[in-house]
Structure formats: C-alpha cells, structure tokens
Design a protein around this ligand. Sequence first.
Ligand SMILES: Cc1cc2nc3c(=O)[nH]c(=O)nc-3n(C[C@H](O)[C@H](O)[C@H](O)COP(=O)(O)OP(=O)(O)OC[C@H]3O[C@@H](n4cnc5c(N)ncnc54)[C@H](O)[C@@H]3O)c2cc1C
Length: 301
Amino acid sequence: MQQDAIIIGGGFAGLSAAYILARARRRVTIIDSGTPRNRFAAHSHGVLAHDGKSGGEILAEARAQLAAYPTVTFIEGEALAAEGVIDDFHVRIARQDSIATRRLLLAGGVEDRLPDIPGLKERWGKTVLHCPYCHGYEIGGGPLGVLATHPMSAHQAAVVADWGTVTLFTNGMPEPDEAAFALLERRKVSLQAGLVSAIETGKDNMLRVRLANGRSVEVKALFVGPDLHIRGTIADTLGCALEESAAGKILATDAMKATSIAGVYAAGDIARAFGNITLVSADGVTAGLGLHQSLMFSARS
Ligand SMILES: Cc1cc2nc3c(=O)[nH]c(=O)nc-3n(C[C@H](O)[C@H](O)[C@H](O)COP(=O)(O)OP(=O)(O)OC[C@H]3O[C@@H](n4cnc5c(N)ncnc54)[C@H](O)[C@@H]3O)c2cc1C
C-alpha cells in the first residue's frame, strides 16, 4: 500500500519525525540500517532526561514507543535507491521490492572520516572525541589535545580549553593567523607543530600523541574535527541541492526542512552543521510537521 511518508534513516532525527506523522495517523515506513553516528560512544550526554544513557538505548526506547502506533512500519535494512516525483516516489530496499510513497524524508546522517593516523580510529568515541559539550565533562580536566584538521581547529582548541589544558597539534595544517594566535594565547593553548605519526597508549592509560620528529605529548583525550560526508547516494540521485557549511556539505533545506526537490524533506546531521541529539531531534519534528502539512494541503489530502 502506498505510504504517506518513507523515512530513510531511523536515527534521532528520523524517529522524531516519525512521532509527528504517526500521531497524525499517517502511514509511515521507517527504513533503518542500524548504524547511528554515535554508536562508537558508550554514553550520550546533554540529552534532556537521558543524560548518560547509551544512544542505542534511547533509540530502542523510541522504536518501542513508535511500534505501538498502528500506522507505523519498521524495515531493518538499507534503502538502496529512491526515484519519482511528489505523490509518487518509490524506494528500493535490500530484501524487498520497492515501496511507494507520497513523501520522502532523508535522515540517514553523515559519516565521520578521520585522518589516517595509526591508533586514531580505534579510539574514536572513547578517548578520541568530536565534541567537548558531549564528552568533555567526564574527562575531568587535565592535559587535552586538539588535532588540527581544518581552519576551525584553532577555534575548537580555544573552546576545549574550558575543559582542560590544551595542546593544539597543527599536523601539517597552516599555522593559525594573528587573530587566532592571540585567541589561543588568551586561552592558554600551546601549539605543537609537526606531523602526528601515531596515537599510542601512554602511562596510566593516557594517550601518547607521537610526532614524526620523535617527540611525544601525553594527553587524557584528543579532540578531532572529522570530515563529514553525507551517507549514501540517494539525495544526490534525487537531485537535492547542497549547501556549504563550516562542517562540510549538507543538504539545503528551508525553514520546514523541505529540500530543493518537491516532496523530499531532510533532517538531522544530513541537513545541519554541528548536530547533536537534541538539535537533530528538533529538526526531525520540524520536518515531520512540514511534511504532514504538505500532505494536508495538497490536492489529495
Ligand atoms: C562519537 C560520537 C559521540 C556523540 N555523542 C553525542 C552525545 O553524547 N550527545 C549528543 O547530543 N550528541 C552526540 N553526538 C552527535 C549525535 O550522535 C548526532 O548528532 C546524531 O546521531 C545525528 O542524528 P541523525 O538522526 O541525523 O543521524 P544518525 O544518528 O547517524 O542516524 C542515521 C541512521 O540512518 C541510517 N541510515 C543511513 N543511510 C541509510 C539508508 N540508505 N537506508 C537505511 N538506513 C540508513 C543509519 O544506519 C542510522 O541508523 C555524537 C556523535 C559522535 C560521532
């Protein structure tokens, strides 16, 4: 049966949108491949009433609540492709033929691409971190590192300085300009020039940041701004316009999270720079409202 909406990606944004559509008694199918961006971290922080729970636990609770709505269908697996026009989209999935839907919500999130430094990837979400607001408090102060990956890294180091004593590893990036340098000085951030060659385990479980010049610096945690990439090719094949953000390319959306393609909405990290669970959940709600109202006020409501 044709769905009112198919949500591609059942993470925090997608499930937040699903509540709105389910409560409006609309037929909604959520397709999810089960790999949310924060799966590498054991705990989620700063989430209203869920501080310290794992992301997986929060999502499982949401799925259980949504399953009680009779118009909601879950499909575990990957949406492989989507095509069509408003009121007549088709989404192809791994284990079934295609499903027809009037509207689409893209909520598949982004992939974090980390610099290719031995020892970095396996510590992602544990002691190699993306955001001090999410995980800085638990470190409990002390020596911290920021690995420069883009022009905003000096700003990131100045921010992280509220959680400890920071060393900014420039790792081949251009030295900060005069204004950034003055900010780093004011925030007591020290600079460590040279390429980083490996991340190792140091004394007392500290991280040892090894430099190509043979020196090493021990820190309790290392913050990194990864390269963010929209997951999959569905947004691209549908022709959704992109916009440049400080965190990389994201889908361009209007105030109700509609993309440039009629009938296609987008919410979450896929359409927001610097998302977190609360922000992307709010975007999911906005998209759910926008999508529902576009159904409501179309000729075939
Ligand atoms: C290591 C780490 C720790 C974090 N910790 C916190 C924290 O403590 N607090 C906080 O507020 N934020 C935290 N964040 C940020 C937060 O995880 C993200 O902002 C949030 O997960 C984005 O939600 P989303 O719904 O946009 O995407 P995601 O949560 O990434 O969910 C997208 C879902 O879509 C699925 N999917 C993708 N493509 C397809 C497809 N083609 N077909 C079917 N399914 C698909 C994926 O499998 C996934 O389940 C953390 C991020 C990272 C990287």
